[in-house]
Design a protein around this ligand. Structure first.
Ligand SMILES: Nc1ncnc2c1ncn2[C@@H]1O[C@H](COP(=O)(O)OP(=O)(O)OP(=O)(O)O)[C@@H](O)[C@H]1O
Ligand SMILES: [Mg+2]
Length: 254
């Protein structure tokens, strides 16, 4: 039995009157890739933002490596080893690829009494990291706004890998990405797996994540409605039906 890296119990989240998470239990084991599957508005990003320290849950407990924790900031999440590639990227467009990777954690060198950013080292390391991910970015000094959507995701993932995060969260990483870029993203996830790191891969599309996912957790209307542990018996159509059926049930209730 693998250990949980993160375990969340009875998580509730309200946005004013919107009840976005309704008592969610969710966990990820060491070295496991969990597919967090749900339709638009199901609550995937809300759960991910709580894990990433963007805001706390209104109720519920979070355990990290078996100990109860309060993730009250992005800094705290990072200290624990959680790195998130948020939906739509979150790279800073007018900064270079290298500056984005090392943002807030720059490589420094001593020049006399001063500590200054070591741009040469950062650039070298950025080239190494992005090429390890199979990205062919012409220069680490290229501004991120000139990169493709897939390259931007890669920059965010390079950042996560560099900090040796234990849990990498990808919130809809394939959204708006062409098929070739999607393949790159799946390859990134395979690399994460090779390093025995954990990953949450959120998407409304069960088919996209299936080559890399170890277990599916299905969320609908703020509730976990099913889990599929045995990938060997996986029926993707069944998962899709579960998602749609749940929507119909909730619609008929309201
Ligand atoms: N800042 C906010 N204020 C008010 N309601 C919000 C806010 N963010 C999300 N919601 C609502 O909370 C619910 C869950 O949204 P969430 O973004 O977590 O869903 P999601 O599964 O990530 O959807 P998508 O696939 O479209 O990204 C939705 O009903 C959404 O409209
Ligand atoms: Mg979302």
């Amino acid at each position: 039995m693998l250990n949980n890296i993160i375990k969340m119990e009875n998580i509730e989240k309200w946005y004013g009157k919107v009840h976005a998470l309704k008592g969610v239990d969710f966990s990820v084991s060491e070295g496991e890739v969990v597919g967090l599957i749900g339709e638009n508005g199901a609550g995937k990003s809300s759960l991910i933002k709580i894990i990433s320290g963007l805001f706390p849950p209104d109720k519920g407990k979070i355990y990290w490596e078996g100990r109860e924790v309060t993730i009250d900031s992005v800094k705290k999440a990072r200290e624990l080893g959680i790195e998130t590639v948020h939906q739509g990227g979150l790279t800073i467009n007018y900064m270079s690829v290298a500056d984005n990777i090392f943002l807030a954690r720059e490589i420094k060198k001593n020049v006399g009494p001063l500590k200054i950013i070591d741009k040469v080292k950062q650039n070298e390391k950025a080239i190494q990291l992005t090429s390890e991910l199979g990205l062919k970015i012409d220069s680490p000094e290229k501004e991120v706004r000139l990169c493709s959507g897939g390259e931007k995701q890669g920059v965010a993932i390079a950042r996560a890998l560099y900090y040796k995060s234990k849990l990498l969260i990808l919130d809809e990483p394939t959204e708006g990405i062409a098929p070739s870029g999607q393949k790159n993203i799946l390859d990134f996830v395979r690399k994460i797996k090779e390093k025995n790191l954990s990953c949450i891969f959120s998407t409304p599309d069960v088919y996209i994540a299936s080559p890399v996912v170890d277990r599916y957790v299905i969320i609908a209307q703020g509730k976990i409605i099913g889990e599929i542990n045995n990938i060997a018996t996986l029926d993707l159509e069944e998962i899709e039906e579960m998602m749609i059926l749940k929507r119909k049930l909730v619609e008929s209730e309201s």
